[in-house]
Write a protein that binds this ligand. Structure first.
Ligand SMILES: *Cc1c(COP(=O)(O)O)cnc(C)c1O
Length: 399
């Protein structure tokens, strides 16, 4: 334990995670969060009592409403959204498709989707597919890969042709933290809708979707929300758009009365119209434990720890790695930085492979980036020390 860990008001939360007592250094909680200890028993209880005990009755008793009740919990704990605007289901990729299609359909006559070249691949691929499908053009924003989309860049890209702007709140590569209210205002001034991808911010950076005037958002639950591999994603649609927007995957679970089993589709009122098929209930269980934990810690305290961790990682990298040619490729201003730090060096691909062998688990991202994901409730300052000392050793051994 370092002095920083001793002074960390959230230090005790680490013990709640499976494996955090092991020497392994985990820098990938932003790709797959660790499981909570309470999650195993929760899953076992679900199999025994709810699935095994209630059987098909479980749907009426609880499961059918779960995508929306957890959506409301997300709204309260991490999204800054009043009830009735968020729901859980599908993957982020599928939800991106649904909401991008919904948005461009709501802006008929406009011909462009604005998106940056450094946005996450799935966001770019889905946007490209929709552009082709709907006869639209992608207007690309070129960004500095050590930073991200700024107000100036967005202002230059939007016009009366823009139907939709798609931006990530925290850039997956650099951790650039976009100014949501400002960029949303710029898009709105051009008459466009905005879809925010929250995968790399939700659960580590406080969000105020309602107050910021956000139209649409999607995000993962298996990163900082520790929902487990492939846990379903979530979407947010602002109340003011719920009556007007419809989505393209017209399934029975989003229909006005699923059990009427009528001859044709009519969308449900409210957020349920964005659901399509039977929800993945088992996948939604672990996420509830993490939401409860974040609520008890307080999201502002989580963010404060996140800023302290990333600031410390940059400080140690400057001290230990700069003379080996390592360059910090994330914003140095904590107000513009999300929950991870990327360090560039020409050998980082090899370094990452060697680190995995040594039970130090970061990610590698092109070009030459070692990505340190510092999940605030499960990562210690001591891990940062030990992990970066290993980076130094591996770099020395490769030099
Ligand atoms: C992780 C991530 C995704 C993942 O989408 P899936 O459909 O869950 O594979 C999408 N967008 C961003 C920005 C991400 O970081």
């Amino acid at each position: 334990m370092t002095d920083l860990d001793r002074g960390d008001p959230l230090a005790s939360y680490r013990d709640r995670f499976v494996g955090a007592d092991q020497p392994l250094v985990y820098f990938d909680g932003n790709s797959l969060g660790r499981p909570l200890r309470v999650t195993g028993p929760r899953l076992a209880r679900f199999v025994e009592e709810e699935w095994g005990g209630r059987l098909i009755r479980g749907w009426d008793e609880r499961w059918f409403d779960l995508p929306r009740t957890i959506g409301d919990d997300l709204g309260r704990v991490v999204l800054g959204a009043a009830p009735g605007q968020a729901a859980v289901g599908d993957s982020t990729t599928v939800l991106l498709y649904k909401l991008m299609r919904a948005a461009v359909a709501a802006r008929p006559g406009r011909t462009e989707i604005v998106i940056d070249r450094d946005n996450f691949p799935t966001d770019r691929y889905v946007a490209a597919g929709i552009a082709e499908e709907c006869g639209l053009t992608l207007r690309w924003i070129d960004v500095d890969t050590s930073a991200g989309v700024t107000a100036e860049l967005l202002s230059a890209a939007v016009s009366e042709q823009t139907a939709l702007v798609v931006v990530s709140h925290v850039a997956y590569r650099s951790a650039w933290l976009a100014d949501v209210p400002e960029l949303t205002r710029i898009a709105h001034d051009a008459g466009a809708l905005v879809l925010w991808d929250l995968c790399h911010s939700v659960g580590s950076v406080p969000l105020e979707l309602d107050a910021w005037g956000v139209d649409l958002a999607v995000g993962c639950t298996y990163k900082y929300l520790n929902g487990g591999p492939g846990a379903p994603a979530f979407l947010y649609v602002a109340e003011r758009h719920l009556a007007e927007l419809t989505q393209p995957i017209q399934g029975w679970m989003g229909a006005v009365d699923p059990f009427l089993m009528g001859p044709s589709y009519a969308p449900a009122e409210g957020i349920r119209r964005f659901l399509s098929g039977t929800p993945a209930i088992v996948g939604m269980l672990a996420l509830q434990d993490m939401l409860a934990l974040i609520e008890s810690a307080g999201l502002d305290a989580v963010r404060a720890k996140s800023v302290a961790l990333t600031s410390y990682a940059i400080e140690v990298a400057d001290r230990l790695l700069a003379d080996a040619g390592v360059v910090v490729a994330s914003p140095r201003d904590p107000a513009r930085r999300g929950g991870h730090v990327t360090l560039n060096h020409p050998l980082m691909r090899e370094v990452t492979a060697a680190l995995w062998e040594r039970d130090v688990i970061p990610d590698y991202r092109d070009p030459h980036g070692l990505r340190l994901g510092l999940s605030p409730l499960s990562t210690s300052f001591d891990e940062v020390d030990r992990g970066l000392a290993e980076v130094r050793e591996v770099l020395n051994s490769l030099a």
